[in-house]
Design a protein around this ligand. Structure first.
Ligand code: HEM
Length: 433
């Protein structure tokens, strides 16, 4: 059993649930449900369980992690996202464990004026124009990797050699961090999002005493370089380091918390999306050929695939009593919006089960909504678009590598742990036939 399976099992124990979700329905299903449940690693089970929750118990009470509400309907999630005065972001992650929010608190864990002040500092770096300015470099790099994949034989580690590297390239460029730091930052993302939730005290101790200080000194090095008057580059980190909030310079601690948030929210989310989309295409090659024949459909395909792959489950805490979907929630209650649960909500999108690359209006909560709506949405969309433009040109056919099966992970961000693909050479296939 690998370390990650042990961690999942231990989160399950903290949650106090180990029953099979597929055997349950209605409020009983909600009571046993939590977003770390190992059964959700299976995509068909995940879809079935969330569909059942949404139709039978859209605002359900889970007994896991000391109790929280599970919200799966699109409209309920939208309302919660857009009513921050009642549904506070001061608990953006459930379970609420010590230390989880320290390095990710800005801006995700803030409300009101404080949130607005930091968000203003961050959002300037992610405008559509700034993202578009990345295009020549990002496209060159993506094309190079697409050709490597196209000329590979046998199992190709698509997750790492494409879906990690391409989004990280754009992320590191915008941040102004060296590309050699990729593996170090990917590892820290794993610590922030997964290992620090471990029930194993030694693992949590390592997070606090080894990994966090290492990360803090990494940020300090970049912080100090950018505070020097001789520093001339303009990148996101420089803007953060030189920003003003509440009429004063930002502190080092504030910068470290913002960088932690960006790494937690921005480094593997696009990776997970891209891996899930490519797994879908590997299993549905006719949809890949649709994009090869109609490259103009790629932007809509990206949006439609984002809709069908909600991966984040943001948390909130109630500041007041409120009614949601006919249930009375009370001050201090925690809730989790499982965005994967609203992906196929018929009330948001007609014929929601159909993945339609020409759909006219696409409604989804994959990027959240309201004042905490994802800052990196334009970057993520553009990265996915460039990836499929380059991949459809370079790779006419591929499949899941015969020797492996894709592996998925669950949690606050759900995604893909392993995805090996294999290019299919039509000429070889014909010769064999
Ligand atoms: C397809 C990929 C992505 C998905 C699915 C995604 C999803 C989300 C969601 C659902 C939220 C809202 C959380 C909440 O309401 O509590 C969010 C917030 C955020 N995202 Fe993303 N994200 C993605 C990519 C990115 C990227 C590439 C970056 C940055 C480089 C980024 C940075 C952020 C930040 C900083 C926030 C917090 C915003 C705030 O609290 O005001 N995300 N994201």
């Amino acid at each position: 059993v690998g370390a990650e399976e042990r961690e999942l099992a231990s989160v399950s124990r903290i949650a106090g649930t180990e029953s099979s979700l597929m055997e349950l329905s209605g409020p009983e299903l909600a009571s046993q449900f939590h977003h770390f449940h190992p059964e959700l690693c299976d995509l068909d089970t995940r879809k079935a369980v969330l569909g059942r929750l949404r139709t039978e118990c859209p605002v359900g009470r889970s007994d896991a992690f000391g109790g929280f509400w599970v919200i799966t309907r699109h409209a309920d999630q939208q309302r919660i996202f857009k009513t921050p005065e009642v549904f506070s972001s001061t608990v953006p992650i459930v379970p609420r464990l010590d230390g989880v929010d320290m390095l990710m608190s800005i801006p995700m864990g803030l409300d009101g004026d404080a949130h607005r002040a930091y968000r203003r500092v961050l959002s300037g770096a992610f405008t559509r124009d700034r993202v578009r300015a990345l295009e020549p470099e990002l496209r060159r790099y993506t094309r190079e990797l697409a050709h490597k994949f196209a000329s590979s034989t046998g199992a190709y580690d698509f997750r790492y050699d494409f879906a990690v590297k391409v989004p990280a390239f754009g992320f590191l460029r915008i941040m102004g961090l060296p590309s050699e730091d990729l593996d170090q930052l990917v590892q820290f993302n794993e610590w922030l999002m997964r290992h620090q939730l471990s029930e194993d005290e030694a693992v949590r101790e390592q997070f606090q005493t080894v990994e966090t200080p290492l990360f803090v000194s990494y940020v300090r090095e970049h912080f100090e370089a950018r505070r020097r008057p001789t520093w001339k580059r303009d990148d996101l980190l420089t803007r953060l380091v030189r920003a003003q909030v509440f009429g004063r310079d930002v502190t080092f601690e504030e910068v470290a918390a913002m960088v932690g948030s960006l790494i937690a929210a921005g480094l593997d989310t696009t990776t997970n999306q891209m891996s899930m989309h490519m797994e879908f295409f590997a299993r549905n090659q006719e949809r890949w050929h649709e994009l090869i024949d109609h490259p103009e459909r790629i932007p809509t395909a990206v949006e439609e695939l984002l809709r069908c792959h909600g991966i984040v489950s943001p948390g909130r805490i109630l500041m007041d009593d409120a009614e949601v979907g006919g249930q009375c929630l009370h001050t201090g209650d925690l809730l989790v919006m499982v965005t994967a649960g609203s992906s196929y909500d018929e009330e948001a999108n007609r014929d929601a089960e159909r993945i339609d690359f020409q759909r006219e209006q696409i409604r989804h909560n994959t990027f959240g909504g309201g004042n905490h709506m994802c800052i990196g949405a334009a970057l993520a969309r553009f990265t996915l678009q460039v990836a499929y433009e380059e991949l459809t040109r370079a790779v006419p056919r591929f499949r899941i590598a015969a020797t492996t099966a894709p592996e998925h992970h669950v949690g606050v961000v759900m995604g893909v742990k392993a995805l090996e693909l294999e290019v299919v050479d039509d000429r070889l296939d014909r010769r064999k036939a």
